[in-house]
Write a new protein. Structure first.
Length: 418
């Protein structure tokens, strides 16, 4: 496929005259299940502005129209003409939304964003003629009767062994998922986990096993969710092609237990405590913080695991839970604190929400002139500056860190290393 044809296939149709645009906007929003507040929050405008668009008092600009069409999963032409909107049989987001009819409306935009991303990822792979490294069938078997804690611990050990991990901390879970062929995408689903999902698993027909992670959680909780959804992909995909992680049921209990065992292996925790000279029974919260930071898990996950291992008593766990402010204690002990431990900001995840394989493909498409930077921005929902950054084409004089890298190369040359 030539570059011009490819650009045409990725570009959305031009909008027809907006005579019926207000009606089309309202119909598409209601059919997609969004409130005006949801749409405003997603596009960064007020609820009143969304109301103005739907009443015809104001008109969205071209970029906003494209964003609305992507959000609602419709074509620009149909949106502008006010045609009846019909959900396609292959609506990926609808598969997840129908899996749990109790999902709060705040999570719907993020779930639809996930579904639209997976479809576009598949489209980009087809255009480039590249295969996505994917898993469509788990190499692990699982039967309901093998759901005891010892069995789940063994399964966590098997997965670690498969990807070449020992018993220590996992610095980054994304490469682990990439090795397995599991796609990870992040979107904001909300902060009230009693009403919105922490994440979801979906077996996409073209991308294979895919994971959605809620950005409305702390960094440690997100890591737990990745491991949790891995459990659904690896051990429950023979039963179902999708799971929305919300509420309590046997699948969720299994996945929670797996995530704890996978992120904090018993043997690894014991070895760390022994090597640093820590007492087998912990009474000082500073020791618990030390373990939590070493294994890069959330404070609740660390306390649950230490209690399961009998390293802290029930009473001590309750005391730590009620009296310890883990981020402040960790800072006082000299640990570097991630800003998102204090305040979650999904806007910081513009580029990082995408899996790295997708970003490599998008970058390749632009560098090889398969698509233009502007088309890549429209296609992915990123800004043009984000695409420029992805190309690695920021002028050196605008980046102080680049000069430090050049200085390091100079040192290597002077020492004869290169």
């Amino acid at each position: 496929m030539g570059a011009e044809a490819t650009r045409a296939s990725l570009s959305r149709p031009e909008a027809a005259p907006a005579t019926n645009l207000p009606a089309g906007l309202k119909r598409a929003r209601e059919f997609a299940g969004y409130s005006q507040e949801d749409v405003g929050a997603t596009l960064g405008v007020s609820r009143a502005m969304v109301s103005y668009w739907e009443s015809g008092t104001r008109e969205p600009n071209d970029r906003q129209r494209s964003a609305l069409a992507r959000l609602y999963g419709v074509q620009l032409a149909g949106l502008a003409e006010g045609r009846a909107i019909e959900r396609a049989e292959g609506d990926i987001a609808g598969i997840l939304l129908r899996a749990d009819d109790g999902i709060a409306s705040a999570a719907v935009p993020g779930i639809r964003e996930f579904g639209q991303f997976l479809d576009r990822y598949a489209e980009l792979a087809r255009i480039l003629g590249e295969g996505v490294h994917r898993m469509t069938r788990s190499p692990f078997g699982h039967r309901a009767q093998y759901a005891q804690k010892d069995d789940i611990r063994r399964k966590a050990e098997e997965v670690r062994k498969l990807v070449g991990l020992g018993t220590g901390p996992i610095v980054d879970l994304d490469p682990v998922c990439e090795i397995l062929g599991i796609t990870v995408y992040r979107a904001h689903l909300g902060t009230n986990l009693s009403k919105v999902p922490s994440g979801a698993f979906l077996n996409h027909p073209e991308i294979g096993f895919s994971i959605l992670v809620n950005l409305g959680m702390t960094p440690g909780r997100r890591r737990f969710t990745v491991a949790h959804e891995m459990a659904h992909a690896l051990f429950h995909s023979h039963e179902t092609n999708r799971v929305v992680s919300r509420g309590r049921n046997p699948l969720e209990t299994f996945a929670d237990t797996f995530a704890g065992e996978f992120l904090m292996p018993r043997e690894g925790v014991r070895r760390f405590m022994e090597e640093v000279g820590m007492d087998p029974r912990i009474n000082d919260p500073a020791d618990a913080i030390r373990i939590q930071r070493y294994f890069r898990v959330s404070w609740p996950t660390a306390l649950v695991r230490l209690k399961q291992m009998n390293s802290i008593t029930q009473a001590t766990a309750r005391r730590f839970e009620e009296s310890v402010r883990p981020v402040h204690l960790a800072r006082s002990l000299g640990y570097v604190i991630d800003e998102e431990e204090l305040r979650q900001d999904p806007r910081r995840w513009r580029v990082r929400r995408f899996p790295r394989q997708f970003l490599r493909m998008l970058r390749s498409a632009v560098l090889n002139d398969v698509i233009s930077p502007m088309t890549a921005a429209s296609f992915s929902g990123l800004s043009l500056p984000d695409i420029v950054d992805l190309m690695g084409q920021v002028p050196p004089h605008d980046d102080e860190a680049w000069q430090l890298i050049l200085d390091e190369f100079a040192e290597f040359r002077e020492s004869g290393v290169i």
